[in-house]
Design a protein around this ligand. Structure first.
Ligand code: ZN
Length: 350
């Protein structure tokens, strides 16, 4: 079968690979639609270290091709989604309520990390009963593929933000995760949502997804603008959806005492992040910093699919480009360079 791989740090290409086998509790999925993620680009640039001929991708939907002997709730032909994160549901971390961290930090992240990802013609899914979810009839594959990471991660940023009904939320960066965090904040009952972004197409989408104000950091310091908008009070919840030292600091600076900083950004680059001491109330202003990786699993995916089925959100507005699988390298390169104001490229496998 064909696979789009990271050959080594900095190098990608399409390669021929052996089809994976399903163990007793596993399934093999035949993808129909996928999405390229900025984290695939981070991986190729060495974010998780050296990898050799590792298939990329972790956002996919498809049909079940084969199931193991112990799989009870899925069968070949079922139309399913698999989360980007596929936890080991019998791990102690999962039993402790931290399924994404099963078997070590970020251990639920398997696709394109510790095993081949989803940009190949057949995909291995561990713990199929725990990690697959049926796609409801009224939901398209295109819609459903957004549940795997963008909706699950963006909505978790809002869930972790302890947003009070009517509260004020600032969302730093309006990439696809930030956009879903903006939408998530609205759905969680925020009374005022401030999106921080400079790219015009993303600013427009932020408004469509419910931002009341858009702060453009190219027009001046984002913190000052947010403090002005909130009469110097700051926000109840600041969401970090970028992963830079600057934006994390800004989140702490705009969070009011008792507020929450919810981080879903991937922090690469320099060894340390910095906390602005005074704005953090010298460590005692009850400003919590909460972190999470994308939640996965069947229940999580079912809930995300429910949001689509009931029309609460239309994530397909973020699809700016479409490619056939054979042209996936172009999609990846565009995503890497953020060419042509790309937000999400949809990949058609058939
Ligand atoms: Zn992703």
């Amino acid at each position: 079968m064909q696979a789009f791989v990271m050959k080594q740090v900095g190098e990608t290409g399409i390669e021929e690979k052996e089809q994976p086998d399903a163990g007793p509790m596993d399934a093999i999925l035949k993808p129909t639609k996928g999405l390229v993620c900025t984290s695939d680009c981070h991986t190729v640039h060495g974010a998780i270290g050296e990898r050799e001929d590792l298939t990329l991708g972790h956002e996919v939907v498809g049909t079940v091709e084969e199931v193991g002997s112990e799989v009870s709730d899925f069968e070949p032909g079922d139309r399913v989604v698999v989360g980007a994160i596929t936890p080991d549901w019998n791990s102690e971390a999962a039993q402790d309520g931290h399924s994404s961290q099963s078997n070590g930090a970020l251990g639920g992240w398997k696709f394109a990390n510790v095993k081949d990802g989803t940009f190949q013609e057949y995909v291995h899914v561990n713990d199929a009963d725990g990690n697959l979810a049926h796609i409801p009839e009224g939901v398209t594959d295109h819609e459903a593929v957004y549940t795997t990471d963008m909706m699950s991660t963006g909505f978790r940023a809002a869930e972790n933000g302890s947003i009070p009904m009517g509260g004020t939320v600032a969302v730093f960066a309006q990439g696809p995760v930030g956009l879903m965090a903006t939408k998530g904040a609205r759905l969680q009952g925020a009374g005022e949502v401030i999106a921080v972004e400079t790219v015009e197409t993303r600013q427009e989408l932020a408004r469509e997804y419910g931002a009341d104000h858009v702060v453009d950091f190219a027009d001046g310091d984002a913190v000052e603008q947010i403090m002005d908008l909130t009469d110097g009070e700051g926000v109840d919840t600041a969401i970090e959806a970028l992963g830079s030292d600057q934006t994390l600091q800004d989140c702490i600076k705009v969070a009011k005492p008792g507020g929450t900083v919810s981080n879903v950004g991937y922090h690469g680059g320099d060894e340390f992040r910095h906390i602005p001491r005074e704005e953090w109330g010298v460590g005692m202003a009850e400003i919590d910093i909460v972190t999470d990786l994308c939640p996965g699993g069947r229940l999580r995916m079912r809930r995300m699919l429910q949001m689509l089925e009931s029309g609460r959100v239309d994530p397909t507005k973020m699809t700016t480009h479409e490619f056939d699988f054979e042209d996936i390298e172009t999609a990846f390169d565009m995503m890497d360079e953020k060419e042509d104001d790309i937000i999400k490229p949809l990949i058609h496998f058939e």
